[in-house]
Design a protein around this ligand. Structure first.
Ligand SMILES: CC(C)(COP(=O)(O)OP(=O)(O)OC[C@H]1O[C@@H](n2cnc3c(N)ncnc32)[C@H](O)[C@@H]1OP(=O)(O)O)[C@@H](O)C(=O)NCCC(=O)NCCS
Length: 191
C-alpha cells in the first residue's frame, strides 16, 4: 500500500497566471530528476521548456506543486484536450474512432509528474496526482508513460489507469504507452 504523504508536505494548485515566477524552479527540478537523460535532445531542458510553454500558455493549464518547507519536492501538471487535439495522432494501433473523439471537455491530459528522488515512495506523487485530477469536470484522463519506466508504470496501474496502446507523440520521442482512467477517480474520497 502506498503510504500517506508526509504531513508536512504542502500542496498548492496554480493556473497559468501563477506559474511564471516559479518557472526556473520547475525547470531546475526537471533537470535534477531527468539528469541521466538530458543528453537525449528530446529530454533536454530546452525541449522541456518548449513543451512547458506550449502547455502552460493555455488558459486551461493546471499545476499542482508539493513543497516541504520552501523546497519544491515535486509537481504535476496538465490540462483538458481540445476538440482538435493532436494527442491521439501518434497511436500505433487501431483504436475505435469513438474512443479517440474529443470535444474539449471529455479528457484531461496529465502531461508531467515528478518527485525529487530523495522523497520517493512516500505517497507524494499520488497526492499530486489526486489533487490535480480531483474535482475535474472531464470524464476521463490520459497520460503517456515509457513502458520501461517501471516506477511510474507500476504506480499508474496500481492507481487504476489502463493501457490503451502504444503512442509516439513526436518523431524523436520514445514510443510510450497511452493510459486512460475514468474520472472521478474511484479511490479519491469526495470532500
Ligand atoms: C514516478 C514517480 C513520480 C513516483 O513518485 P513517488 O512519489 O515515488 O510515488 P508514490 O510514492 O506516490 O507511489 C509509489 C508507487 O509507485 C510505484 N513505484 C515507485 N517506485 C517503484 C519501483 N522502483 N518499482 C516498482 N514500483 C515502483 C509503486 O506502485 C509505489 O507504490 P508502493 O510504494 O506502495 O509500492 C517518481 O518515481 C519520479 O519522479 N520519477 C521520475 C519522473 C517520471 O518518471 N515521471 C513519470 C513520467 S510518466
Amino acid at each position: 500500500m502506498t503510504p500517506s504523504a508526509p504531513t508536512h508536505l504542502v500542496t498548492r494548485a496554480y493556473d497559468t497566471a501563477g506559474v511564471r515566477e516559479m518557472q526556473d524552479e520547475l525547470f531546475a527540478l526537471y533537470a535534477e530528476v531527468y539528469a541521466d537523460q538530458l543528453s537525449d535532445p528530446f529530454y533536454s531542458v530546452e525541449r522541456f521548456a518548449d513543451r512547458f510553454a506550449g502547455h502552460s500558455n493555455r488558459s486551461t493549464f493546471r499545476l499542482v506543486t508539493g513543497r516541504i518547507g520552501t523546497e519544491l519536492i515535486g509537481y504535476a501538471y496538465g490540462g483538458p484536450l481540445s476538440a482538435n487535439t493532436q494527442w491521439w495522432r501518434g497511436l500505433r494501433e487501431e483504436i475505435p474512432p469513438d474512443v479517440l473523439t474529443e470535444d474539449g471537455s471529455r479528457t484531461f491530459a496529465l502531461n508531467e509528474i515528478m518527485v525529487k528522488a530523495s522523497w520517493r515512495r512516500r505517497g507524494i506523487a499520488r497526492s499530486l496526482h489526486d489533487m490535480l485530477l480531483d474535482g475535474r469536470p472531464e470524464r476521463r484522463a490520459t497520460l503517456l508513460v515509457d513502458p520501461a519506466n517501471t516506477p511510474a508504470r507500476t504506480a499508474y496501474l496500481s492507481w487504476g489507469w489502463q493501457i490503451l496502446g502504444p503512442l509516439q507523440p513526436f518523431p524523436d520521442a520514445p514510443v510510450y504507452d497511452a493510459l486512460v482512467v475514468d474520472l472521478p477517480l474511484s479511490h479519491v474520497v469526495a470532500g
